[in-house]
Design a binder for this molecule. Sequence first.
Ligand code: AMP
Length: 270
Amino acid sequence: MIIFKSINKLNKEVDFKANIGFVPTMGSLHNGHISLIKSSKTNCKKTLVSIFINPSQFNKKSDLKNYPRNLKKDMMILKKLKVDYLLIPNTKEIYKNNNNKKIKLNKKDKIMCSLYRPGHFEGVLAVINQFLKKIKPTFIFLGEKDYQQLFLIKKFINKNFKVNVFACKTIRDKNKVALSSRNNLLNKYDLKKSSYIAALLLNLRNKLKNNISNKYKIKYISKKINNIKNIKVEYLEIRNKKNLSKNYNKNNFKIFLAYYNKNIRLIDNY
Ligand code: AMP
């Protein structure tokens, strides 16, 4: 595995004419990231993984400070997976120009996480923009776990770059909790609550699949989740998975949840 600490150097030394798969991450790698990497390895000639905790997508300083960091362990995982290239860029190089820190969102995209985390996706799109100006992969691999992020990046890339977006299914632990680097900040007891919440969502999804008029149950489920000790629902919504509108039917809906488990913000979708 070749490690690059500079995106300019990577740009000069890697031949992007080869079929290259790009897996951007913020590190603290888990099986969710690993499934993206494996998809890239199956579908591309070479795989490039980046680890960059992007400051411009954090709307709270404390969240950025507490974000889990495990670079040594991550490098061991990536070496074992025989990843070809690892990029660990620094913030100064990515954001030489202050104007590059945000990409504006359309008004109609200000729903769910973009409403509750102002500036978050603006920062996510900014880093993707900076990466893709220098890196010319054939595919970029993204997870459905962050479904709204996937939706916005796909739209942004289709408009601005010639890169194919490859969406990977959400990987869950055996208790149905969607894997997330932030789960490292929770103890066993907290994770049990997240497991119960995931089961409630799955159950709601099955009910909606049988009969979409069960959608009124969403308020009841939201209350039920909120009543769990130290859990606070930020939003629980049903939307059309193709365009994220509220115009959905039993064949195209998705349930979206954001909640706090103690002080840790988690998202999930089913
Ligand atoms: P992150 O390191 O959290 O920024 O995530 C990097 C990539 O991994 C994003 O495309 C995420 O959607 C994806 N990802 C994170 N967790 C999972 C998961 N549990 N299953 C599948 N993909 C995931």
